[in-house]
Design a protein around this ligand. Structure first.
Ligand SMILES: Cc1ncc(COP(=O)(O)O)c(C=O)c1O
Length: 396
Protein backbone atom coordinates (compact mmCIF):
# COMPACT_ATOMS: atom_id res chain seq x y z
CA UNK A 1 0.00 0.00 0.00
CA UNK A 2 1.22 3.50 -0.80
CA UNK A 3 0.93 5.99 2.08
CA UNK A 4 0.37 9.70 1.51
CA UNK A 5 2.41 11.46 4.17
CA UNK A 6 1.63 14.88 2.67
CA UNK A 7 -1.94 14.55 3.94
CA UNK A 8 -2.62 16.91 6.84
CA UNK A 9 -4.60 15.14 9.55
CA UNK A 10 -6.09 17.66 11.98
CA UNK A 11 -4.91 16.69 15.48
CA UNK A 12 -6.78 19.40 17.37
CA UNK A 13 -9.29 18.11 19.94
CA UNK A 14 -7.63 14.68 20.09
CA UNK A 15 -5.82 15.23 23.43
CA UNK A 16 -2.60 15.85 21.48
CA UNK A 17 0.14 17.35 23.64
CA UNK A 18 1.45 19.30 20.67
CA UNK A 19 -1.84 20.52 19.22
CA UNK A 20 -4.10 20.78 22.30
CA UNK A 21 -1.60 21.26 25.11
CA UNK A 22 -1.27 25.05 25.21
CA UNK A 23 -1.41 25.58 28.96
CA UNK A 24 0.68 22.47 29.63
CA UNK A 25 3.31 23.55 27.13
CA UNK A 26 3.47 27.04 28.65
CA UNK A 27 3.87 25.50 32.11
CA UNK A 28 6.73 23.36 30.79
CA UNK A 29 8.43 26.64 29.87
CA UNK A 30 8.68 25.85 26.17
CA UNK A 31 6.89 28.98 25.03
CA UNK A 32 4.78 31.85 26.27
CA UNK A 33 2.74 32.10 23.06
CA UNK A 34 0.30 29.40 22.03
CA UNK A 35 -2.81 29.98 19.94
CA UNK A 36 -4.75 28.57 17.02
CA UNK A 37 -2.06 29.61 14.54
CA UNK A 38 0.83 28.03 16.46
CA UNK A 39 2.83 25.38 14.63
CA UNK A 40 4.14 22.97 17.28
CA UNK A 41 7.23 21.11 16.07
CA UNK A 42 8.72 20.19 19.39
CA UNK A 43 8.00 16.90 21.16
CA UNK A 44 9.08 13.76 19.33
CA UNK A 45 5.87 12.37 17.91
CA UNK A 46 4.66 12.36 14.33
CA UNK A 47 1.77 14.21 12.70
CA UNK A 48 1.53 11.28 10.31
CA UNK A 49 -0.97 8.40 10.22
CA UNK A 50 0.23 4.99 11.33
CA UNK A 51 0.50 1.74 9.31
CA UNK A 52 -2.80 0.30 8.06
CA UNK A 53 -2.24 -3.14 9.72
CA UNK A 54 -1.97 -1.31 13.06
CA UNK A 55 -5.28 0.48 12.50
CA UNK A 56 -6.93 -2.84 11.65
CA UNK A 57 -5.49 -4.54 14.74
CA UNK A 58 -6.77 -1.74 16.99
CA UNK A 59 -10.21 -1.86 15.36
CA UNK A 60 -10.33 -5.57 16.05
CA UNK A 61 -9.49 -4.92 19.69
CA UNK A 62 -12.19 -2.25 19.98
CA UNK A 63 -14.76 -4.45 18.29
CA UNK A 64 -14.30 -7.09 20.96
CA UNK A 65 -15.88 -4.62 23.43
CA UNK A 66 -14.14 -5.86 26.59
CA UNK A 67 -10.88 -4.29 27.78
CA UNK A 68 -9.88 -6.20 30.89
CA UNK A 69 -6.46 -7.12 32.29
CA UNK A 70 -4.26 -8.68 29.67
CA UNK A 71 -1.30 -11.05 29.55
CA UNK A 72 1.51 -11.10 27.03
CA UNK A 73 0.92 -13.94 24.57
CA UNK A 74 3.77 -15.79 22.85
CA UNK A 75 3.04 -13.79 19.68
CA UNK A 76 4.08 -10.64 21.56
CA UNK A 77 7.57 -11.98 22.26
CA UNK A 78 7.83 -13.62 18.85
CA UNK A 79 7.00 -10.34 17.12
CA UNK A 80 9.83 -8.58 19.00
CA UNK A 81 12.26 -11.39 18.22
CA UNK A 82 11.24 -11.43 14.57
CA UNK A 83 11.71 -7.67 14.21
CA UNK A 84 15.11 -7.42 15.83
CA UNK A 85 16.43 -10.51 14.02
CA UNK A 86 15.22 -9.26 10.66
CA UNK A 87 16.07 -5.58 11.02
CA UNK A 88 19.19 -5.74 13.19
CA UNK A 89 20.31 -9.39 13.06
CA UNK A 90 19.98 -9.49 16.85
CA UNK A 91 18.81 -12.69 18.57
CA UNK A 92 16.81 -11.91 21.70
CA UNK A 93 15.63 -14.63 24.07
CA UNK A 94 12.08 -14.49 25.42
CA UNK A 95 13.23 -14.39 29.05
CA UNK A 96 15.41 -11.34 28.31
CA UNK A 97 12.39 -9.17 27.42
CA UNK A 98 10.72 -7.04 30.10
CA UNK A 99 7.76 -4.78 29.36
CA UNK A 100 7.77 -1.23 30.74
CA UNK A 101 5.02 1.35 30.21
CA UNK A 102 7.57 3.87 28.96
CA UNK A 103 11.22 4.55 28.34
CA UNK A 104 11.63 7.47 30.71
CA UNK A 105 9.94 5.34 33.36
CA UNK A 106 12.45 2.56 32.62
CA UNK A 107 15.38 5.00 32.88
CA UNK A 108 14.19 6.02 36.35
CA UNK A 109 13.76 2.39 37.36
CA UNK A 110 17.28 1.55 36.14
CA UNK A 111 18.76 4.50 38.04
CA UNK A 112 17.13 3.26 41.25
CA UNK A 113 17.85 -0.42 40.61
CA UNK A 114 21.55 -0.11 39.79
CA UNK A 115 22.81 2.89 41.75
CA UNK A 116 22.66 4.39 45.23
CA UNK A 117 22.05 8.03 46.18
CA UNK A 118 25.28 9.95 45.61
CA UNK A 119 26.52 7.66 42.81
CA UNK A 120 27.68 9.10 39.50
CA UNK A 121 25.94 8.46 36.18
CA UNK A 122 27.52 9.37 32.84
CA UNK A 123 25.49 11.08 30.12
CA UNK A 124 26.62 12.77 26.92
CA UNK A 125 25.28 16.28 26.58
CA UNK A 126 23.71 17.88 24.74
CA UNK A 127 21.22 15.12 25.45
CA UNK A 128 17.54 14.30 26.00
CA UNK A 129 16.65 16.28 29.18
CA UNK A 130 14.78 13.54 31.11
CA UNK A 131 18.13 11.72 31.57
CA UNK A 132 19.35 14.59 33.73
CA UNK A 133 16.03 14.72 35.59
CA UNK A 134 16.14 10.94 36.26
CA UNK A 135 19.62 11.30 37.75
CA UNK A 136 19.06 14.44 39.81
CA UNK A 137 15.54 13.72 41.04
CA UNK A 138 16.80 10.39 42.39
CA UNK A 139 19.68 12.08 44.25
CA UNK A 140 22.42 10.78 41.94
CA UNK A 141 25.14 12.90 40.27
CA UNK A 142 25.54 13.76 36.60
CA UNK A 143 28.95 13.00 35.11
CA UNK A 144 28.77 14.83 31.81
CA UNK A 145 30.94 13.40 29.05
CA UNK A 146 30.05 16.21 26.64
CA UNK A 147 30.14 15.29 22.96
CA UNK A 148 32.64 17.20 20.82
CA UNK A 149 31.24 19.15 17.88
CA UNK A 150 33.56 19.93 14.95
CA UNK A 151 33.25 22.90 12.57
CA UNK A 152 30.99 20.84 10.29
CA UNK A 153 28.51 20.11 13.07
CA UNK A 154 29.65 16.48 13.38
CA UNK A 155 29.63 15.17 16.95
CA UNK A 156 32.10 12.65 18.35
CA UNK A 157 32.90 11.10 21.71
CA UNK A 158 35.66 12.40 23.96
CA UNK A 159 36.95 8.96 24.96
CA UNK A 160 39.74 10.22 27.24
CA UNK A 161 37.16 12.13 29.27
CA UNK A 162 34.74 9.19 29.13
CA UNK A 163 37.35 6.83 30.55
CA UNK A 164 38.31 9.30 33.27
CA UNK A 165 34.64 9.64 34.26
CA UNK A 166 34.12 5.86 34.19
CA UNK A 167 37.08 5.49 36.55
CA UNK A 168 35.81 8.12 39.00
CA UNK A 169 34.80 6.72 42.34
CA UNK A 170 31.10 5.84 42.51
CA UNK A 171 30.46 6.01 38.77
CA UNK A 172 28.01 3.16 38.35
CA UNK A 173 25.97 3.77 35.25
CA UNK A 174 26.23 5.19 31.73
CA UNK A 175 23.08 6.21 29.87
CA UNK A 176 23.86 5.88 26.19
CA UNK A 177 21.50 7.51 23.70
CA UNK A 178 21.94 5.89 20.30
CA UNK A 179 20.77 7.19 17.87
CA UNK A 180 21.58 10.29 19.83
CA UNK A 181 18.85 12.82 20.60
CA UNK A 182 19.26 15.70 19.68
CA UNK A 183 22.45 15.48 17.56
CA UNK A 184 21.26 12.56 15.42
CA UNK A 185 24.57 10.70 15.66
CA UNK A 186 24.37 6.96 15.05
CA UNK A 187 27.44 5.58 16.73
CA UNK A 188 29.56 3.07 14.80
CA UNK A 189 30.84 -0.38 15.80
CA UNK A 190 34.23 0.88 16.90
CA UNK A 191 32.79 3.64 19.08
CA UNK A 192 30.27 1.27 20.68
CA UNK A 193 32.87 -1.41 21.34
CA UNK A 194 35.15 1.14 22.96
CA UNK A 195 32.35 2.46 25.18
CA UNK A 196 31.40 -1.07 26.15
CA UNK A 197 35.00 -2.08 26.91
CA UNK A 198 35.65 0.97 29.09
CA UNK A 199 32.42 0.37 31.02
CA UNK A 200 33.11 -3.33 31.42
CA UNK A 201 36.65 -2.69 32.69
CA UNK A 202 35.38 -0.18 35.25
CA UNK A 203 32.26 -1.94 36.52
CA UNK A 204 29.90 0.55 34.89
CA UNK A 205 26.50 -0.70 33.69
CA UNK A 206 25.27 0.62 30.34
CA UNK A 207 21.68 1.66 29.80
CA UNK A 208 21.33 1.89 26.02
CA UNK A 209 18.33 3.97 25.01
CA UNK A 210 17.98 2.80 21.41
CA UNK A 211 14.37 3.75 20.83
CA UNK A 212 15.26 5.81 17.73
CA UNK A 213 17.16 2.83 16.28
CA UNK A 214 14.69 2.07 13.49
CA UNK A 215 14.72 5.67 12.30
CA UNK A 216 18.02 6.11 10.52
CA UNK A 217 18.69 7.53 7.05
CA UNK A 218 18.23 5.11 4.19
CA UNK A 219 22.00 4.96 3.59
CA UNK A 220 22.82 4.37 7.28
CA UNK A 221 22.97 1.24 9.44
CA UNK A 222 22.05 1.13 13.08
CA UNK A 223 23.96 -1.28 15.34
CA UNK A 224 22.55 -2.21 18.75
CA UNK A 225 25.38 -2.01 21.28
CA UNK A 226 24.44 -5.50 22.54
CA UNK A 227 25.25 -6.81 19.04
CA UNK A 228 28.76 -5.38 18.82
CA UNK A 229 29.93 -5.60 22.44
CA UNK A 230 32.20 -8.47 23.44
CA UNK A 231 29.89 -9.33 26.33
CA UNK A 232 26.37 -8.16 27.17
CA UNK A 233 26.66 -8.84 30.89
CA UNK A 234 26.75 -5.12 31.66
CA UNK A 235 24.31 -3.96 28.97
CA UNK A 236 20.62 -3.13 29.28
CA UNK A 237 18.83 -2.03 26.13
CA UNK A 238 15.63 -0.04 25.81
CA UNK A 239 13.63 -0.67 22.66
CA UNK A 240 10.19 0.69 21.82
CA UNK A 241 7.53 0.90 19.16
CA UNK A 242 6.60 4.42 20.24
CA UNK A 243 9.01 6.43 18.05
CA UNK A 244 9.23 4.01 15.12
CA UNK A 245 5.49 3.67 14.57
CA UNK A 246 4.14 6.86 16.15
CA UNK A 247 2.39 5.17 19.05
CA UNK A 248 3.90 7.02 22.02
CA UNK A 249 0.39 7.23 23.48
CA UNK A 250 0.25 3.43 23.75
CA UNK A 251 3.21 3.30 26.17
CA UNK A 252 5.17 0.32 24.99
CA UNK A 253 8.85 -0.05 25.81
CA UNK A 254 10.67 -3.36 25.98
CA UNK A 255 13.80 -3.64 28.06
CA UNK A 256 16.30 -6.32 27.04
CA UNK A 257 18.56 -7.68 29.79
CA UNK A 258 20.68 -10.79 29.22
CA UNK A 259 22.36 -10.84 32.65
CA UNK A 260 19.93 -12.61 34.97
CA UNK A 261 21.18 -10.84 38.12
CA UNK A 262 20.64 -7.43 36.59
CA UNK A 263 17.28 -8.60 35.25
CA UNK A 264 16.14 -9.64 38.72
CA UNK A 265 17.18 -6.30 40.21
CA UNK A 266 15.44 -4.36 37.45
CA UNK A 267 12.20 -6.36 37.74
CA UNK A 268 12.19 -5.93 41.51
CA UNK A 269 12.38 -2.15 41.19
CA UNK A 270 9.90 -2.07 38.29
CA UNK A 271 7.14 -4.03 39.98
CA UNK A 272 4.39 -5.67 37.98
CA UNK A 273 3.14 -3.79 34.93
CA UNK A 274 0.55 -5.17 32.56
CA UNK A 275 -0.04 -3.67 29.14
CA UNK A 276 -3.43 -2.80 27.71
CA UNK A 277 -4.89 -5.05 25.00
CA UNK A 278 -4.40 -2.10 22.63
CA UNK A 279 -0.68 -2.01 23.35
CA UNK A 280 -0.27 -5.75 22.89
CA UNK A 281 -2.19 -5.93 19.63
CA UNK A 282 -0.37 -2.82 18.38
CA UNK A 283 3.07 -4.26 18.98
CA UNK A 284 2.21 -7.53 17.27
CA UNK A 285 0.77 -5.69 14.27
CA UNK A 286 3.62 -3.24 13.73
CA UNK A 287 6.51 -5.63 14.28
CA UNK A 288 4.94 -8.26 12.01
CA UNK A 289 3.40 -6.03 9.36
CA UNK A 290 4.72 -2.49 9.73
CA UNK A 291 7.88 -2.73 7.67
CA UNK A 292 6.44 -1.54 4.37
CA UNK A 293 5.11 1.61 6.07
CA UNK A 294 8.43 2.23 7.83
CA UNK A 295 10.42 2.08 4.61
CA UNK A 296 8.09 4.66 3.02
CA UNK A 297 8.27 6.83 6.12
CA UNK A 298 12.07 6.80 6.11
CA UNK A 299 12.11 7.89 2.50
CA UNK A 300 9.67 10.70 3.31
CA UNK A 301 11.73 11.95 6.26
CA UNK A 302 14.94 11.80 4.24
CA UNK A 303 13.20 13.91 1.59
CA UNK A 304 12.03 16.44 4.17
CA UNK A 305 15.55 16.76 5.56
CA UNK A 306 16.93 17.39 2.11
CA UNK A 307 14.29 20.05 1.59
CA UNK A 308 15.27 21.71 4.91
CA UNK A 309 18.96 21.77 4.03
CA UNK A 310 18.25 23.33 0.63
CA UNK A 311 15.82 25.86 2.11
CA UNK A 312 18.32 26.95 4.74
CA UNK A 313 21.17 27.21 2.23
CA UNK A 314 19.06 29.51 0.11
CA UNK A 315 17.03 31.51 2.61
CA UNK A 316 18.85 31.30 5.96
CA UNK A 317 22.49 30.48 5.15
CA UNK A 318 23.57 31.66 8.60
CA UNK A 319 21.82 28.66 10.18
CA UNK A 320 24.25 25.75 10.24
CA UNK A 321 22.95 22.21 10.19
CA UNK A 322 23.60 18.80 8.67
CA UNK A 323 21.45 15.84 7.80
CA UNK A 324 21.67 13.61 10.87
CA UNK A 325 22.55 9.91 10.53
CA UNK A 326 19.49 8.96 12.56
CA UNK A 327 16.32 10.21 14.30
CA UNK A 328 13.70 12.47 12.74
CA UNK A 329 15.15 15.50 14.48
CA UNK A 330 17.35 18.28 13.17
CA UNK A 331 19.71 20.33 15.28
CA UNK A 332 19.97 23.89 14.02
CA UNK A 333 22.85 26.17 14.99
CA UNK A 334 21.73 29.83 15.05
CA UNK A 335 25.03 31.28 16.30
CA UNK A 336 25.78 32.73 12.84
CA UNK A 337 23.29 35.54 13.46
CA UNK A 338 25.29 36.91 16.37
CA UNK A 339 22.17 37.53 18.47
CA UNK A 340 21.35 36.13 21.89
CA UNK A 341 19.57 32.78 22.32
CA UNK A 342 16.72 34.76 23.91
CA UNK A 343 16.32 36.84 20.77
CA UNK A 344 16.44 33.73 18.56
CA UNK A 345 13.70 32.28 20.78
CA UNK A 346 11.62 35.44 20.58
CA UNK A 347 11.76 35.57 16.78
CA UNK A 348 10.82 31.89 16.37
CA UNK A 349 8.33 31.27 19.19
CA UNK A 350 6.69 34.67 19.63
CA UNK A 351 6.94 36.27 16.20
CA UNK A 352 6.92 33.31 13.77
CA UNK A 353 4.62 31.45 16.18
CA UNK A 354 6.45 28.15 15.76
CA UNK A 355 7.40 26.01 18.76
CA UNK A 356 10.72 24.19 18.55
CA UNK A 357 12.89 23.22 21.50
CA UNK A 358 15.55 25.59 22.84
CA UNK A 359 18.92 23.87 22.69
CA UNK A 360 19.68 25.01 26.24
CA UNK A 361 17.18 22.41 27.48
CA UNK A 362 19.66 19.73 26.39
CA UNK A 363 22.51 21.22 28.43
CA UNK A 364 24.67 24.33 28.11
CA UNK A 365 26.35 22.74 25.06
CA UNK A 366 23.08 23.34 23.19
CA UNK A 367 22.75 27.05 24.00
CA UNK A 368 22.87 28.41 20.44
CA UNK A 369 20.80 25.60 18.93
CA UNK A 370 17.16 24.86 18.24
CA UNK A 371 15.83 21.31 17.84
CA UNK A 372 13.08 20.68 15.33
CA UNK A 373 10.96 17.53 14.95
CA UNK A 374 10.35 16.84 11.29
CA UNK A 375 7.88 13.93 11.00
CA UNK A 376 4.99 16.15 9.95
CA UNK A 377 3.42 16.57 6.53
CA UNK A 378 5.88 18.55 4.43
CA UNK A 379 3.43 21.43 3.86
CA UNK A 380 3.50 22.09 7.63
CA UNK A 381 7.31 21.98 7.72
CA UNK A 382 7.50 24.32 4.75
CA UNK A 383 5.14 26.81 6.35
CA UNK A 384 7.11 26.73 9.60
CA UNK A 385 10.39 27.47 7.83
CA UNK A 386 8.80 30.20 5.71
CA UNK A 387 7.52 31.89 8.86
CA UNK A 388 10.88 31.58 10.61
CA UNK A 389 12.85 32.83 7.60
CA UNK A 390 10.63 35.91 7.41
CA UNK A 391 11.47 36.83 11.01
CA UNK A 392 15.23 36.65 10.33
CA UNK A 393 15.18 38.49 6.99
CA UNK A 394 16.42 41.77 8.51
CA UNK A 395 19.59 39.98 9.71
CA UNK A 396 20.64 38.63 6.30
C1 LIG B 1 15.96 9.26 23.54
C2 LIG B 1 14.55 9.21 24.04
N1 LIG B 1 14.26 8.40 25.07
C3 LIG B 1 13.00 8.35 25.58
C4 LIG B 1 11.98 9.11 25.04
C5 LIG B 1 10.61 9.02 25.63
O1 LIG B 1 10.15 7.73 25.54
P1 LIG B 1 8.84 7.28 26.35
O2 LIG B 1 7.72 8.06 25.79
O3 LIG B 1 8.76 5.82 26.03
O4 LIG B 1 9.09 7.54 27.78
C6 LIG B 1 12.26 9.97 23.99
C7 LIG B 1 11.20 10.83 23.43
O5 LIG B 1 11.42 11.77 22.73
C8 LIG B 1 13.57 10.02 23.47
O6 LIG B 1 13.88 10.81 22.44
Amino acid sequence: MKYNFDEIVNRRNTYSMKWDGGEFIKKMGLTSRYDEETLPLFTADMDLPVPQPLIEALHKTVDHRIFGYSVFPNEYYEAIQHWFKKRHNWDIKTEEIIYSPGTVHAVNIAVRAFTEPGDGIIIQRPVYPPFTRAIESNGRNVRNNALICDENGHYSIDFADFEAKAKEENTKLFILCNPHNPTGRVFGAEELQKLSDICSENGVIIIADEIHGDLVRINQTFLPIAKVAESTDHIITFTAINKTFNVAGLHCTNVIISNSNLRTKFIKELGMHLASPFTISALIAVYNEGEEWLEQLKEYIDGTMEWVVNFLAERMPKVKTRIPEGTYLMWLDFSGYGISPEEVHDRIYNKANVILEDGSMFGEEGLVYQRICLPSPRPIIKEAFERIAKEFEDLK
